[in-house]
Design a protein around this ligand. Sequence first.
Ligand code: FES
Length: 376
Amino acid sequence: MVSKTWHLIGSPDELRARAPFSVELEGHSVAVFHHGGRFTAIGNRCNHKGGPLCDGRMRDEYVVCPWHAWEYSVFTGKGPEGYDEEQVPVFSVEERADGVYIATPPAMPGRLLAHKPSHLLEEHPREPGAPPRVLGISTTAMDDANPRYSTSDALLDHALAYAKDALGCDIQHVALRQLAFKPCEGNYSKHASACTWPCAITERDADDQLIAVYEGLVHWCDVVLIASPIRWGNASALYYKMAERLNCVQNQVTIGDRVLIANKVASFIITGGQDNVQGVAGEMLSFWAELGFVFPQFPFIAHTRGWDAEDMDVNVRLVKASTALREASAELVTRAVNQWRVIDAHRDMLLQPMERTGRKAQRLSHHGDVQVQAHD
Ligand code: FES
């Protein structure tokens, strides 16, 4: 039988005022609660991704993990009915004359069922010699039951058709407006490690359709073309809704030096009646570079008629009639595919270990805090 060690952690009055809180006891991170008139102690690390249970809110006897809302009874450590085969460790607690004691090791160890891993975690080795794969993402919003002519969509369609017919690529087209997906819930703002890959929304909600974008970007494509209209000087609202959900891809670099996007090329098609092409393109280049994409020379094409133009019907007629823009979209995808072919031919040279990938020079500590570097 394993011998117990009892640890005095404080007086009942003091602990009632502090609870819930966490305490480290012989290498165990223990969450202490005062619930239903009793002190209880369970493991502080959530079974899912290690969220700090002492920071969760209570739902009856269950503490709700602050990161992605898994729940555990503060008495039994088990999940609610239906999830009660899983458990975080439970520690014995005693109120004695001189204070409250917690025993280590736990009276009940944690238990985690083997979950089927998301298929987004599977490796997808590329067949040597397979044709380049070009993914087109339309970020234009419209009512598909009552469609209108979108200039950025039209140029994207032309580029994809050219990639297929003239360049021999495999193509996929994703229209964000046809996907039902939730906005990012901002788990990163709770803790760097709370923004997970696969995205917690994707894991939780089988109906969330952004998985088509995740699969396309991380596993399928070699080249991505992103098409956006300009809306009040910015990319489309759907573009930003997607971009926020891609934080989980970039964040793998930040928290684990895990580069999900490598040796892939991105290019952009940006059109609008009014201006700010360079602002939209600049922001896109920065963001997609942070995801891990590289770019061909002259990585975007764009069209606007400038600040004074309000006659959008004329703009549509101009784009429809423009051979130059269609040729430019074909040239853009050709540059992108050629860039990828060069990369593909030098894969081994490019697959260097990168200890400090991402946009920040500092590494994260395991607590998620940026470590301050000593300066020369
Ligand atoms: S629910 Fe606790 S870490 Fe995800």
